[in-house]
Write a protein that binds this ligand. Structure first.
Ligand SMILES: Nc1ncnc2c1ncn2[C@@H]1O[C@H](COP(=O)(O)OP(=O)(O)O)[C@@H](O)[C@H]1O
Ligand SMILES: [Mg+2]
Length: 350
């Protein structure tokens, strides 16, 4: 378990900069924990306190009940072996081949030459690069370089892997493959992973929980499901919108209502549901049970931590009473319904 207690980092740069401002976080063993925030939010500084590359100005950093802020340099060196780290730009040694890069952290280990070699080859196999042992970093793609960096970070069998924007220099497809590798490292080896990113898609794909950072502070944290279904802060909503642009889609539909056969007295609804209730069954029920005509204008379903979360933009056509009864019904089904108004100008309907 990683515990950050009242951690602050203050830099002095012609005046104090509160890079990390009184942060409290607990990260459980075996969890994939995300930290998201815009550039300058303090993410890198915060994560560097976990292995004491950045000693905190105030507060305590505990890893497996050991307070790292009290350790000697020598003790810290031992602790750091069990905390691997990877970076945005891979930080490989370009003059050394893949094998030597991965073997580097084993330099002072007690393993024999043969054991080291076996270890390196098994790590290269784990990351899918067993045929690249003799290649040099310049001969590898970005994704392959990050795989080498991951193998190197795992050389001393760490319990924790810190990832600082590890996919930010990669294209989306390579990002997905690296995230899959990290997930399998987490599951196969039981390693706790801390992921820093400015991309909510990364958080959504791999994390169990997430903390949102702004100006050195953690402004919100929780499970992926809770954060995505009930974000509390505008910044969090911005990040979510960037990962799945529901609001943008809904806005576009509303602005182009005149193209979508919507009548002035249709009731437009934004419907959100989580769990097993599905949009399909809902539409059929609205039509059959209440005699209204539902029309889907926009829809999206996401799977967050194995739970479907859906948003629909519906228009209901029919008698006022029938529409009201249909909305009451949805309210009673733990489906969240919001009535939207179409503007009568800017492309809305008359
Ligand atoms: N070594 C340093 N000296 C002075 N200021 C720093 C140093 N490292 C980071 N900062 C400042 O601390 C703030 C947080 O930086 P950083 O942790 O790198 O944010 P992020 O990783 O979220 O982009 C920024 O204002 C940055 O300029
Ligand atoms: Mg950073």
């Amino acid at each position: 378990m990683i515990e950050l207690q009242d951690v602050s980092v203050i830099f002095d740069n012609k005046g104090p900069i509160h890079a990390v401002d009184n942060v409290n976080l607990s990260i459980n063993d075996g969890e994939v924990f995300g930290i998201i925030g815009y550039s300058g939010a303090g993410k890198s500084t915060l994560v560097r306190t976990i292995n004491m590359l950045q000693p905190p100005t105030k507060g305590h950093v505990k890893v497996n009940q050991q307070d790292l802020t009290t350790l000697s340099v020598k003790e810290l060196r031992q602790v750091r072996k069990k905390i691997g780290m990877i970076f945005q730009h891979f930080n490989l040694m370009n003059a050394r081949n893949v094998f030597d890069n991965v073997a580097f952290p084993l330099k002072h280990s007690h393993l024999s030459k043969n054991e080291k070699s076996e270890k390196v080859l098994s790590l290269l196999k784990l990351v899918g690069l067993d045929d690249k042992a003799n290649a040099y970093p310049s001969q590898l793609s970005g994704g392959q370089k990050q795989r080498v960096a991951i193998a190197r970070a795992l050389a001393n069998d760490p319990n924790v892997l810190l990832c600082d924007e590890a996919t930010s220099a990669l294209d989306p497809k390579t990002t997905t493959s690296i995230l899959e590798l990290l997930k399998s490292v987490n599951q196969k080896l039981g390693i706790t992973i801390v992921i820093i990113t400015h991309e909510m898609t990364v958080i959504k794909e791999i994390c169990d929980r997430v903390a949102v950072m702004e100006s050195g502070k953690v402004i919100e944290q929780g499970s992926i499901f809770n954060i995505f279904s009930e974000p509390q802060h505008a910044l969090t909503r911005d990040f979510i919108e960037s990962a799945s642009p529901v609001e943008k889609g809904i806005k576009k539909v509303i602005e182009h209502a005149h193209l979508l056969n919507i009548h002035a007295d249709d009731q437009i609804l934004r419907v959100s549901f989580a769990g097993t209730s599905t949009g399909d069954a809902l539409i059929a029920t609205l039509a059959n049970k209440f005699g209204v005509q539902p029309n889907i204008l926009f829809g999206q379903v996401e799977i967050l931590q194995d739970t479907p979360v859906g948003t629909l933009l519906l228009s209901l056509r029919g008698d006022r009473e029938a529409i009201d009864a249909a909305i009451d019904y949805m309210d009673n089904q733990q489906i969240s319904v919001q009535r939207l108004e179409l503007s009568t100008h800017e492309g809305g309907v008359k």
